[in-house]
Ligand binder design. Structure first.
Ligand code: NAD
Ligand code: TDX
Length: 348
């Protein structure tokens, strides 16, 4: 049977990789990409696949309950892969309400729309919610987040994602909606908006501007190449068990300062600069409020039960990412010449 899959947030960073994977790997699926095209949404991310016959883009906002119900009635999706969100921690500190609206209310609207369309006809139906490891809070120097770790979100962003995870589980238990959830660590790769650490640093190094490092640069993140996340999403969507949660991570922990130094080395080479030249741009700035110290994910459930494993070594992934940004300067210049400049001036 031909399936219709609704992907929300497909014009964003991770969503665009998921849309591309689904459209090209499953020509029999009809892929509907619903995205509000906020500052983070960019249809340039999907230019190469936009003419595929199994792909449809719809500009729409998940906070618009009525429009969402109409869309579900019209396209009657069998599956939902929900990525639409406000995703940047620093923006959540200055404007928490937009995170509450999209991440919590938007998610509940989607859950209701799926529940109302599917009713008791749940055969082949699935609602897949994409979430983050930040819901688990902050680790000390040892230990890992597992699927059993208690939720302890610290930022308005992570609290809104934690809340949406709880809503998804509530719809599973209360309305028997066939849900699955995954919580992933920090992603990096092509198409990431340059407010996030890695593309921000690449952009600033390229323009010989200071690289802002929060606090002492000793906070730790676990980095995963975005296509490895997209592959995990494909696997979990098709083979994950209903009602279950899967953690996804790269087993790849870096302090921010060590990561920035590595990036500087790669950029020196790529731009034919003298070794050590880009490192001079490193500038320590005021720490992020409530800055989580360390994230580290235990993905053994996903690896052992579903057979997933990341494909790229970090250095290789970083080089690919640097090359993508340097070869797509127009993409980057279009972003940094718009509202981004205003945002950046307020941040640093
Ligand atoms: P992003 O900010 O790059 O993209 C978000 C997309 O959602 C954009 O295209 C935007 O236009 C769209 N959107 C925002 N509000 C909307 C609304 N109200 N209605 C419809 N569309 C809307 O985000 P990302 O980094 O690609 O993250 C995607 C998802 O993955 C999010 O749910 C995020 O919490 C989760 N996640 C991200 C990471 C990461 O490292 N980036 C890690 C783990 C989980
Ligand atoms: O300029 C910067 N300087 C800096 O030191 C920025 C933008 C960040 N940082 C630090 C803060 C973090 O410790 O780098 C680390 C990474 O920061 P971000 O790229 O903003 O990511 P993070 O806050 O860890 O959250 C990301 O990973 C989990 C995504 O934005 C979330 O959407 C995802 O859920």
């Amino acid at each position: 049977m031909k399936k219709t899959i609704l992907i929300t947030g497909g014009a964003g960073f991770i969503g665009s990789h998921v849309v591309r994977l689904m459209v090209t790997k499953y020509p029999d699926y009809r892929i509907i990409n619903l995205d509000a095209l906020t500052y983070a949404g960019n249809l340039e991310n999907l230019r190469d696949i936009e003419d595929r016959p199994n792909y449809t883009f719809i500009k729409g906002d998940i906070t618009d309950e009525k429009a969402l119900h109409q869309l579900f009635e019209t396209y009657r999706p069998d599956g939902v892969i929900h990525l639409a969100a406000e995703s940047h921690v620093d923006r959540s500190i200055s404007d928490p309400l937009s995170f509450i609206r999209t991440n919590i209310i938007g998610t509940v609207n989607l859950l209701n729309a799926a529940r109302d369309l599917w009713g008791s006809d749940l055969n082949g139906k699935r609602f897949y919610h994409i979430s983050t490891d930040e819901v688990y809070g902050s680790l000390g120097s040892t230990g890992y987040f597992t699927e059993e770790t208690a939720y302890d979100p610290r930022s308005p962003y992570s609290a809104s994602k934690a809340s949406s995870d709880h809503m998804v589980r509530a719809w599973y238990h209360t309305y028997k909606l066939p849900v699955v959830i995954s919580n992933c660590s920090n992603n990096y790769g092509p198409n990431q908006f340059p407010e996030k650490l890695i593309p921000l640093a690449i952009n600033n190094i390229r323009n010989k501007k200071p690289i802002p490092v929060y606090g002492k640069g000793d906070n730790i993140r676990d980095w995963l190449y975005v296509e490895d996340h997209a592959n995990a999403i494909d696997l979990i969507f098709h083979t994950g068990k209903i009602g279950e949660t899967y953690n996804i991570g790269g087993n790849n922990e870096w302090t921010n300062i060590a990561l920035i130094r590595k990036l500087c080395q790669i950029m020196d080479k790529a731009l034919n600069r003298k070794p050590g030249e880009s490192e001079k741009l490193i500038t320590f700035v005021k720490d992020r409020a409530g800055h989580d110290k360390r994230y580290a994910i235990d993905s053994s459930k996903l690896m052992n039960e579903l057979g997933w494993k990341p494909s790229l070594q970090f250095e290789e992934g970083l080089e690919k990412t640097v090359n993508w940004y340097l070869n797509n300067e127009e993409w980057l210049n279009n972003i940094i010449s718009g509202d981004y400049a205003k945002y950046y001036a307020q941040q640093y």
